[in-house]
Write a protein that binds this ligand. Structure first.
Ligand code: ADP
Ligand code: ZN
Length: 757
């Protein structure tokens, strides 16, 4: 395999006794899910079939038996062959990852300077990681035979269940599987065996039940058509497109048309969407349009379901795969296009363990496969926007809404000059009331769940803090608990102030629970649906609540970010944004970008069908140029300002950055560790001219220094070009890994971090 750097560091994986069965000296290089950047050599005994690269093997590692993946087959090792351990079993007769996928994963491991074994195994479904068979038990489907029809006429006799099954098959227009049989009787299995054995039913291809296409394509707007033409003209070769379309401009229609063209070439489409926008509604839109097998892949599925979707994409029996971040690693038999919807969304970045960005992996993958990648957003990330400006991405724009209602009017409401009642201003309250009178829906966006984000002592003003984090406790009235949103710690409502012992405790500020209660009092007749992580924790609850929102049963929606994306509520005409100011003052370098994205996305829920939408943004800073750009729907103006800010601060996209994070149970320990690593970094940079362009910041405590009982600190590294940064990180990580003090802290190296805290 081509990952030179990874194969350079060969193992010291020697067994105590040599294996006598060795005749042919075939060595396989194997990666394991272990946190070291090493590849391990094993010998393949003559009794086993020879595994090819991409196959899994079972091997001994230390005292453990592990599942490994073969990266390379060779007839030599840098180690003494006689001392290598033998492969215990070969688990696959054909590779679970083809050579292109392996190549991609090697590139990814190298780019993120992460152990290849962990990269490879995080790309596989859990069942495969555990060494389970890659072949799925097939789900049989049956149809009734002529013999079966005859048997049916003779009546049930003593075999009632068999008879009822035959009846079911005779009435069905399509082949039926286990689901339908189960509905007939719980004891269906035995009966099916018997009637299949007698030839009364026979196996058939899975039916077209999953192929429910019922809607024709919409006639496209000229903008849409132009985008579709550009993308479809690039099928069969690598090209990156940024589809910048305002909310409601019909980006999905563009995807659907492009996918149609891909399907006509008998290729597959991979659609990546953010965690929270993968709703049944979105999947339905695809199912209604294509008579092909469409699979979904997300974290809410069980292991078998995930495995099935993975396997069907790999063998080519599904044509469209819609998934969240990790779906970027699903092998496709006939890849034709990759689409990333809401490409700016931060859920595309994995924030722990193997920290990759699905957008960047998708681009690399598309270039290796020679296919186009389409990144769509109403509010592109500044990185992608910059790439488009530099002509690295083709820019496609949809500047009009596809439906009759235009973009919503955004009003900045100065709440310095407005009395607020529990966080809600009079114009907003009246707006909700008038909407209700017209039979229209309103949405109130609150960025915090719970009842109140703080609890305070009336005599000394002390706020209730989490004992494990530098953070305030949130009051959850419904649950009757104080909760820390950072570590999950919960406690009772405090009878007394822990600081002064006296004083009454009161809540400060409003979360979703409070707003729900307030608006219910203000507009008594309204039916209100709260949608946040708390109200949707139970399985199926989010779907139920969204359904009530969509079909108009709910008059007012109160919710967090969960409501901001992907939803199309046709009857929604008013959006209220209650607490935008906290977003204005976040210290992160992406704060203004997030503010623009969030408000634009939430605002975009208003006036989607034929209604004119209105958005009221409650703020103390109506003159803020960021809010002004938002109110004018002026992404370009926003991007100009934000890019200028990034440039002057030497942040991406003008530089490349990496962040070394550390945390420890003792205060100062993480910082001390980073100071030692800072020293090592300095000597590396001094010793090599090639690394000289790399800049080091001083290690600093994180913004929230204490979290879940651990003290955290970070060190930022930055360079104007990628090559010196990568070379530096590569060597630096080696030094960190081998440093003994690294064992006393938890550390991680984040290449292209999205958050700097
Ligand atoms: P976006 O993803 O850009 O926010 P959608 O794809 O969800 O927008 O489209 C918004 C609405 O416009 C949807 O209800 C969709 O059915 C409708 N729509 C999209 N394209 C057209 C078109 N060409 N003609 C009529 N309606 C369209
Ligand atoms: Zn906490």
């Amino acid at each position: 395999m081509s990952n030179k750097k990874n194969t350079d560091t060969l193992s010291d994986n020697l067994s105590e006794t040599s294996d006598e069965r060795l005749e042919q000296d075939i060595v396989v290089r194997v990666v394991l899910s272990v946190p070291v950047r090493k590849i391990f050599d094993y010998i393949v005994p003559a009794t086993l079939v020879l595994p090819c690269p991409g196959c899994r093997v079972r091997v001994g590692f230390g005292s453990r038996i592990m599942t490994g993946l073969v990266i390379e087959v060779s007839n030599s090792s840098r180690l003494d062959i006689k001392k290598l351990k033998a492969v215990r079993a070969v688990l696959d007769s054909e590779p679970v990852l083809d050579s292109k996928m392996l190549q991609l994963l090697c590139w990814v491991a190298d780019y993120y300077i992460h152990p290849l074994g962990e990269v490879v195994f995080s790309a596989l479904p859990k069942l495969l990681r555990e060494g389970k068979s890659a072949k799925l038990p097939d789900r049989p489907f049956w149809v009734i035979t002529a013999l079966g029809m005859e048997a049916l006429k003779q009546g049930p006799g003593r075999a009632a269940i068999q008879h009822r099954l035959l009846e079911m098959f005779s009435e069905a227009e399509m082949p039926q599987g286990s689901e339908a049989c189960k509905a007939v009787s719980r004891a269906w299995k035995k009966a099916i065996e018997v009637i299949e054995g007698k030839g009364l039913i026979e196996r058939a291809e899975p039916p077209a039940t999953e192929r429910v296409a019922s809607l024709p394509a919409l006639s496209t707007t000229p903008d849409q058509q132009q985008a579709i033409d550009s993308i479809t003209a690039s099928l069969g070769r690598f090209k990156c497109f940024l589809l910048h379309g305002i909310t409601g401009s019909g980006k999905t229609e563009v995807y659907l048309r492009c996918i149609r063209a891909v399907l006509e070439r008998n290729q597959q489409a991979l659609i990546l969407v953010p965690e929270i926008s993968l709703t049944p509604q979105l999947v339905d839109r695809f199912r209604q349009r294509f008579e092909v097998v469409i699979d979904v892949l997300h974290s809410g599925m069980n292991d078998t379901q995930r495995m099935r979707a993975w396997a069907r994409a790999r063998c080519g029996s599904s044509a469209v795969l819609i998934g969240t971040r990790s779906a970027v690693f699903v092998p496709l038999a006939r890849p034709g296009i990759i689409i990333l919807d809401e490409e700016h969304d931060s859920s595309f970045k994995q924030q722990d363990g193997f920290r990759y960005h699905a957008r960047d992996v998708a681009i690399k993958r598309a270039s290796m496969e020679g296919i186009p990648v389409v990144m769509g957003s109403a509010t592109p990330s500044l990185e992608s926007w910059h790439n488009a400006n530099q002509n690295r991405f083709g820019l496609l724009r949809l500047e009009q809404r596809a439906t009759a209602g235009g973009l919503p009017e955004i009003h900045l409401l100065d709440i310095e000059k407005q009395p607020l009642e529990n966080g809600i201003s009079i114009p907003l309250r009246d707006g909700v009331r008038q909407g209700l009178e017209r039979g229209e829906q309103s949405l109130l966006f609150v960025n915090r769940r719970g009842f109140a984000p703080a609890v305070c002592c009336t005599s000394c003003n002390t706020l209730v803090q989490c004992t494990r984090c530098d953070a305030r406790m949130t009051w959850h009235k419904k649950a009757g608990r104080l909760l820390c949103h950072h570590c999950g710690k919960s406690s009772q409502w405090p009878e007394h102030c822990s600081d002064c012992g006296g004083g009454e405790m009161v809540t400060l500020g409003q979360g979703t629970e409070n707003i729900q209660q307030t608006i219910q009092q203000m507009v008594p007749g309204a039916s209100i649906e709260r949608i946040d992580r708390d109200s949707t924790r139970r399985k199926g609850e989010l779907e139920r609540r969204l359904k009530r929102a969509h079909n108009g049963e709910a008059d007012v929606l109160v919710g967090t970010q969960m409501l901001s994306k992907g939803h199309d509520f046709p009857n929604l005409s008013l959006v209220g944004i209650l607490d935008s100011d906290q977003l204005l003052f976040s210290s992160d370098f992406r704060a203004s970008e997030r503010l623009f994205q969030l408000i634009t996305q939430v605002a975009g829920r208003a006036g989607r069908a034929d209604k004119q939408g209105t958005v009221l943004v409650q703020t103390r800073f109506p003159d803020s140029p960021w809010l002004q750009a938002i109110a004018q729907h002026d992404y370009k103006a926003f991007a100009r300002m934000a890019l200028k800010e990034r440039k002057s601060a030497d942040y991406p996209p003008y530089t490349h950055i990496a962040l070394l994070r550390a945390e420890a149970t003792k205060q100062q320990e993480a910082l001390k560790f980073l100071e030692a690593m800072h020293c090592k970094a300095r000597s590396l940079i001094v010793s090599s001219a090639a690394m000289r362009p790399v800049n080091l910041s001083e290690p600093v405590p994180s913004v929230m220094e204490k979290r879940a009982g651990r003290y955290r600190a970070q060190l930022l590294v930055q360079a104007a070009s990628r090559k010196p940064l990568h070379d530096f990180l590569y060597q630096w990580r080696g030094e960190i890994e081998s440093d003994r003090s690294a064992r006393r802290v938890r550390w991680s190296l984040d290449v292209d971090p999205v958050d700097l805290y």
